[in-house]
Design a binder for this molecule. Structure first.
Ligand code: HMG
Ligand code: MG
Length: 298
């Protein structure tokens, strides 16, 4: 039996834009988030407080987060890698902090310049600091189904990082198929292992659609009891420190699936399409989603 209600977490302004070469102005980013705030979404990942040299597109994180028009029913989150990032995020009054690391050693190293074991104490400090400021903390684990350098990743590696992050006090783990290599049988195997020890409520799924398997993987996750899903409008997205990574599953395509299956999200598809059209015009290129292709052909 499939869940009747799911939560969609929009990562477009962060994951969607971080890999885009075309510079989006601060005003346009603010407008994008404001448009998304009118869609019925209750979770928006607005930006990231990483080193601006690593992700130049999001160097204006403080300005964006400070200037958006907030809706009290929406959680405005941002990515934070360390204490310097947390300081900036708190200064900008972030609602929820997202820490991140990888299940694979080599992606962790290329993405955040640390080994996995060096990363834990850094993140623990961030979690303690965020909690002291009464902020919830979400934890991303990247490369859970495959790594651009190491290939297949065994569920034990994901289990180990999950265990550490939950012990630190992270309230939700977002499992990232960073380079979009996973298929439903593998998702089933990973979730079977994780759900022996943790509840489905601890997890959200974060699929990149590099090989067109994201919706199939989401169906499998739903069947396994997961009810929280990350997506990016327009199917934008990708990690510049994971070779071959491309877009997230598109919010409008995922929403079509949920709507037509009668699974409630509270999100208005037409309004998501308007926000996708806005960012498509600013990027000056056709975005990858199926729903936007239909709109363009109408
Ligand atoms: P580092 O160079 O090792 O940092 O980078 P450091 O701690 O050695 O510090 C060096 C200098 O940077 C210092 O300045 C720090 O103050 C400064 P100095 O003393 O030399 O003048 N610094 C900062 N400045 C501003 N904001 C900060 C910050 N931190 C240090 N937060 C670091 C380490 C983690 C910072 C770097 O590797 C980094 O920023 N990495 C981020 C990479 C990234 O954003 N990747 C994409 C996001 S992850 C993703 O997309 C996957 C996900 O979507 C899930 C999935 O799909 O799997 C989440
Ligand atoms: Mg991602």
């Amino acid at each position: 039996q499939l869940p009747k209600h799911v939560v969609m977490k929009e990562v477009g302004p962060r994951d969607g834009l971080q890999n885009e070469k075309t510079h989006i102005t601060t005003a346009d980013k603010i407008q994008l988030v404001n448009l998304l705030s009118q869609t019925g979404l209750n979770y928006i990942e607005v930006t990231s407080f990483v080193h601006p040299k690593w992700i130049p597109q999001l160097a204006d994180a403080v300005e964006v987060l400070q200037a958006i028009k907030r809706n009290k029913d929406i959680t405005y989150a941002a990515l934070v890698p360390n204490m310097r990032g947390l300081e900036r995020a708190l200064q900008a009054e972030v609602d929820e902090v997202s820490i991140f690391m990888s299940a694979s050693e080599s992606h962790n190293q290329s993405n955040i310049n640390k080994t996995i074991d060096e990363t834990f104490p850094i993140l623990e400090e961030v979690v303690l600091g965020a909690k002291a400021s009464k902020k919830k903390v979400r934890g991303y684990i990247s490369t859970v189904l495959g790594c651009p350098y190491e290939g297949y990743i065994h569920p034990d590696k994901v289990l180990r990082v999950t265990d550490k992050l939950l012990l630190m006090g992270v309230t939700e783990i977002s499992l990232g198929d960073t380079i979009g290599v996973g298929v439903p049988t593998q998702v089933e195997h990973l979730l079977e292992e994780l759900l022996k020890r943790f509840s489905a409520n601890n997890f959200a799924m974060h699929f990149h659609d590099t090989r067109g398997t994201a919706l199939a993987n989401i169906m499998k996750s739903l069947e396994m009891g997961v009810t929280k899903f990350d997506s990016a409008l327009g199917g934008l997205g990708g990690c510049p420190y994971a070779k071959g990574a491309s877009g997230n599953v598109a919010t409008e395509d995922l929403l079509y699936l949920f709507d037509e299956m009668g699974i409630q999200t509270g999100v208005d598809r037409q309004k998501i399409l308007e926000a996708a059209l806005f960012i498509e015009q600013k990027l000056g290129k056709a975005v990858a989603s199926k729903q936007m292709a239909i709109v363009r052909n109408e």
